[in-house]
Structures are given as structure tokens and as C-alpha cells.
Design a binder for this molecule. Structure first.
Ligand SMILES: Cc1cc2nc3c(=O)[nH]c(=O)nc-3n(C[C@H](O)[C@H](O)[C@H](O)COP(=O)(O)OP(=O)(O)OC[C@H]3O[C@@H](n4cnc5c(N)ncnc54)[C@H](O)[C@@H]3O)c2cc1C
Length: 410
């Protein structure tokens, strides 16, 4: 813990609720502004850091792997964090998209698109280690962990957060509160912001596997009659699996033996990646699209999964959140430099207005892929396959999708 200031004091400029991928990244971005003081509150205690070991699984930094777009990688590089992340990341050099049982197939090559990679895949637990280590080394950030947000009061000049750490109540206040506390955000609820949630009735089954063939840095996205399966390259010739299944089908795949799991995965995915020879423990994540009705409020911003939680099919959720973090940090740094109020609603609305277009595009893109490929109508299947084949032949369309996935087009 990095409680280098009185936790109940009022000496903070920005109070971030939630120490997941988004909260930690925003804290580090803001800390680059000299004189800006940040307090980050996280409900679950952070562990003691063991050098060169990933974080023990915890919210945000769990069994998942994240495909970081080129823009996200460039940001972490600029923040001086990429060297530490790179040791645990694998570049994607080819993307292979296909539909099971049909002829359509599309391939994107990094070389053809004139980029060194489409992005990098990193295990969340390693990403978490690098982010947490950087936050702990940062004197401008005070971390209060094991403390849950339970109440919020908005005053004219400050926002007061009521926290509970075990039986101990704590109170913190700052000119600005950022709610980065995930899809079920308490901050969002306590601020009175409604969210629209559309369940997909699907779960993402996540694990890592090995195949008898090397991965050659290829990412596969394979659409099956039950939903998409993504296979992403990882260090040590492992592959990350995200298998989207109808809700209810996941438990049998979690409980069965590794051999049985690989047999079923092989039957669903086919042989394009080789024979599955090793599988790790399986974890399931229920999937829903959740969108907050507002993100900018007087003295508060709702950020990250608390603002928009997407289907992981296109690997865009965190990359989108990171672009939000950049836009918010830029405005807050400018306001701080100019001596302006960090909780000013006009400035916060300007942030939301600037980000809403990119957010809606990514939400529609991810949601459209899920709905387009989970519909088994014959006409649609044909259209999809013709689409995939022509897409493979049309360099312009390919480039557009590649640029989108890399986070370069907004
Ligand atoms: C299977 C899967 C695969 C994915 N793959 C990708 C990918 O390849 N690429 C990509 O870009 N995105 C991906 N995503 C999306 C990505 O994981 C999310 O965008 C990201 O986790 C959002 O982070 P967050 O910090 O906003 O929220 P979270 O990760 O939910 O973190 C919220 C934090 O807030 C804390 N918290 C909660 N309540 C409170 C409270 N009351 N008080 C204090 N703290 C609290 C929690 O303990 C947690 O630490 C994937 C998602 C899934 C489900």
C-alpha cells in the first residue's frame, strides 16, 4: 500500500474509484502532470509484489489476456511502461478470420499493411504487475486499497466519497471523482446515472492452450454456429482462447477433463491451428452490453467499463477505454496548468462530446459482429461468406478493418 498521505485528508485533486486496468492507467497518465495529486481507491487489497511474478488473479487482472492495439502499445511506450510489458507480450503478425462449415475466409498480414504488427497480446496478470508497480513508485498517487465506495455527496466545490474499509468508515473529498469501478459500478449508481444493459445470453470461456504447431504469431477469429472462438498467440508457444458460448454450456467445459475439453474445442474450431495438446484451467465471463446514460456530471466522470462494457469479440473494450483515458487526462492536465476547476461541468461535457463518436462506432462494430455472425439464416450465411471472400480480395477494405482494429481510425 502506498498511503503516503492522510487517507481522510482533502489534499487530492482527482479521486479515482477502481484500481483495475482503467483506474491504474488513468492515475499514471495524470501523474505525469507536475503538481497534480491523485488518490486511487480499490475495493480489493493489492498483494505484495513479487518481482517477475504475475499478479495473483484478482478483478481486472485475472485469467484473461488482452489484445492491445498499436495505439495502446504506443501510449504505454510513451509512458515508459512498454519495456516492462514487452517481456510478457506477443505481437500479432497475421489475423485469420473464417466461418466454420463455410467457404469464406479472410487474412490480414501485418507486412501487407506496412506495420510491424497489428497489436500485442499480454496476460492481464502481467499487465497488472507492471501497472501496479509503476503506481506504487509514483509519489503523486496515493493508493487506498481494501476500501469500497459506499456513498457520494456532491458539494459546490468538492465531491465527497464515503468508503468502508472492513468496519472502518473513511471519507475523502476532491474537486473531481472518476468512477472507474467496472460494469457494476457503485459510483455510477450512487451518482444516479442509469445504464442500459442488453444481455447477450452468452458467456466467454477463457483459457490457454498449446497446439502441436507453432503459433507463428497468427490470431484466429473463427465464427461457429454457437458463437465466435478467438485464438491469440502468447509467449512460450501458448495460445489464448476466448470461446463465446450460449449461456449454460460453459459449466460442462469447465468441469470436464483437459483431454475432453481439447476434444470439444477441436471439434468446434477445426484443425487450422493444429492439434490441441495442452489446456489450462477454464474461466467463464457472462456477456452483456452495458452503456451508461451519461458520463460527465458535475464534479464526476464515469469511465472504463463503468461507462461502456462491450462484447469481447473484437478485442476493443480496453483499447477504447484507453483512448477515453487519454482524452480525459489531456483536459485535466490543461485545466490544472491553467489553474481552472477540475470538476467543471463544461470541461467534462467537452470530454464526453469528444469521445462519444468513437465510443458509439466501437459499440456498433462489436455488437454488429456478434449479431451478424450468430444469426444462422441461410441468406445471411451466404452474404457473410461472400463478404469474407471479397474482403480477402479487396485491399482497401482490409486496410480499413486493419486500421480500425489497430486503434488508428476513430
Ligand atoms: C473475456 C474478455 C476478453 C477481453 N479481451 C479484451 C481484449 O483483447 N482487448 C481489449 O481491448 N479489451 C478486452 N476486454 C475488455 C477489458 O477487459 C475491459 O475493457 C477492462 O477490464 C475494463 O477495465 P476497468 O478498469 O474499466 O474495469 P474492471 O476491470 O472491472 O475493474 C474495476 C475495478 O474497480 C474495483 N471496484 C469495483 N467496485 C468498487 C467499489 N465500490 N469501490 C472501489 N473499487 C471498486 C474492482 O475491484 C476492480 O479492480 C475483454 C473482456 C472480456 C470479458
Amino acid at each position: 500500500m502506498n498511503e503516503n498521505r492522510n487517507p481522510a485528508g482533502n489534499d487530492t485533486d482527482v479521486l479515482i474509484i477502481g484500481g483495475g486496468m482503467v483506474g491504474l492507467t488513468l492515475a499514471l497518465l495524470l501523474a505525469r502532470e507536475p503538481g497534480l495529486r491523485i488518490t486511487l481507491v480499490e475495493a480489493i487489497r493489492f498483494p505484495a509484489l513479487v518481482p517477475d511474478e504475475p499478479l495473483p488473479y484478482r478483478p481486472s487482472f485475472d485469467a484473461r489476456n488482452t489484445a492491445l492495439s498499436r495505439r495502446t502499445v504506443a501510449t504505454y511506450r510513451e509512458m515508459g511502461l512498454w519495456n516492462a510489458m514487452q517481456a510478457h507480450a506477443t505481437p500479432i503478425l497475421q489475423i485469420h478470420i473464417s466461418e466454420r462449415g463455410h467457404f469464406g475466409m479472410a487474412r490480414l498480414e501485418a507486412e501487407e499493411e506496412n506495420v510491424e504488427s497489428f497489436g500485442q497480446v499480454i496476460e492481464n496478470a502481467w499487465l497488472g504487475l507492471v501497472l501496479l508497480r509503476a503506481v506504487r513508485a509514483c509519489p503523486a498517487v496515493t493508493v487506498i486499497d481494501g476500501a469500497e465506495l459506499v456513498g457520494i455527496d456532491t458539494q459546490r466545490e468538492r465531491m465527497t466519497a464515503h468508503l468502508r474499509r472492513g468496519d472502518e468508515p473513511l471519507t475523502l473529498s476532491a474537486p473531481l471523482l472518476v468512477g472507474a469501478d467496472g460494469a457494476q459500478s457503485a459510483a455510477r449508481r450512487l451518482l444516479g446515472v442509469a445504464a442500459e444493459t442488453t444481455p447477450y445470453d452468452q458467456v466467454a470461456l477463457v483459457t490457454t492452450v498449446a497446439t502441436h504447431l507453432p503459433h507463428n504469431n497468427v490470431a484466429f477469429e473463427r465464427f461457429t454456429e454457437h458463437g465466435p472462438i478467438a485464438l491469440l498467440p502468447l509467449p512460450d508457444e501458448r495460445r489464448s482462447v476466448v470461446w463465446t458460448l450460449p449461456q449454460g454450456e460453459e459449466q460442462a467445459l469447465i468441469d470436464c477433463s483437459d483431454d475432453e475439453f481439447m476434444r470439444r474445442l477441436q471439434a468446434a474450431f477445426g484443425k487450422r491451428a493444429g492439434r490441441f495438446v495442452k489446456a489450462a484451467k477454464r474461466f467463464a465471463y457472462p456477456l452483456a452490453l452495458t452503456v451508461a446514460k451519461a458520463q460527465a456530471l458535475p464534479r464526476a466522470v464515469i469511465l472504463g467499463n463503468a461507462a461502456h462494457t462491450l462484447h469481447p469479440v473484437a478485442g476493443q473494450g480496453f483499447n477504447l477505454c484507453l483512448r477515453d483515458c487519454l482524452a480525459l487526462a489531456e483536459r485535466l492536465q490543461q485545466a490544472h496548468r491553467a489553474g481552472r476547476d477540475l470538476g467543471d461541468l463544461g470541461m467534462l461535457r467537452d470530454y464526453e462530446d469528444a469521445r462519444i463518436g468513437d465510443q458509439l462506432n466501437v459499440i456498433r462494430f462489436s455488437d454488429g459482429i456478434v449479431r451478424g455472425f450468430s444469426n444462422a439464416m441461410p441468406g445471411l450465411t451466404l452474404a457473410r461468406n461472400v463478404g469474407l471472400v471479397t474482403f480477402d480480395l479487396l485491399p482497401v477494405a482490409k486496410q480499413a478493418v486493419a486500421r480500425y482494429a489497430m486503434g488508428l481510425n476513430q
